[in-house]
Design a protein around this ligand. Structure first.
Ligand SMILES: [Zn+2]
Length: 117
C-alpha cells in the first residue's frame, strides 16, 4: 500500500466495499444471464444480489461521507520526518506520506533531557 494513515486506510476500505458491491451485482446479473448455470437463472437470485450490491454501494457512500467529515475535523500537522502536512485522526496516527507514527498524546512528548519514550 502506497499511503498509510487512518484516513487513507479508511478510504481504501470504502473503495473495496464499493467494488465488492459492484462485484456482487455483477454476479447477480451473471447468474441471471446464465453464466453460472441454469440453477441461478432466476429473477429472485438476481434481485437478491442486486439488492445486496446496492446495500454495499450505499454503505460505502455513507462511509465516504463519514471519512469526509472526519477529514475536515482532523488535526493538521507538519510531519517532522518528511516535512509535509498530514492529518491526525485521534491521538496517534501514521503520517500519510512516510508512515512515521505521530502522536499528540502528552505522554509521548520528548522529555526535557532529550530522550523520547
Ligand atoms: Zn511524514
Amino acid at each position: 500500500m502506497l499511503f498509510t494513515g487512518k484516513l487513507n486506510k479508511m478510504r481504501n476500505y470504502a473503495m473495496l466495499t464499493c467494488f465488492a458491491g459492484i462485484g456482487v451485482m455483477y454476479i447477480g446479473y451473471a447468474g441471471f444471464a446464465g453464466f453460472l448455470g441454469s440453477l441461478f437463472q432466476s429473477y429472485i437470485f438476481m434481485s437478491i444480489f442486486l439488492a445486496l450490491g446496492l446495500i454495499f454501494i450505499l454503505g460505502s457512500t455513507v462511509f465516504y461521507m463519514y471519512i469526509g467529515m472526519l477529514s475536515s475535523k482532523a488535526l493538521q500537522v507538519e510531519c517532522p520526518k518528511c516535512k509535509r502536512i498530514t492529518k491526525l485522526i485521534g491521538q496517534t496516527d501514521d503520517c500519510m506520506y512516510c508512515r512515521q507514527t505521530l502522536s499528540i498524546d502528552p505522554k509521548h512528548a520528548p522529555k526535557p533531557n532529550g530522550t523520547t519514550v
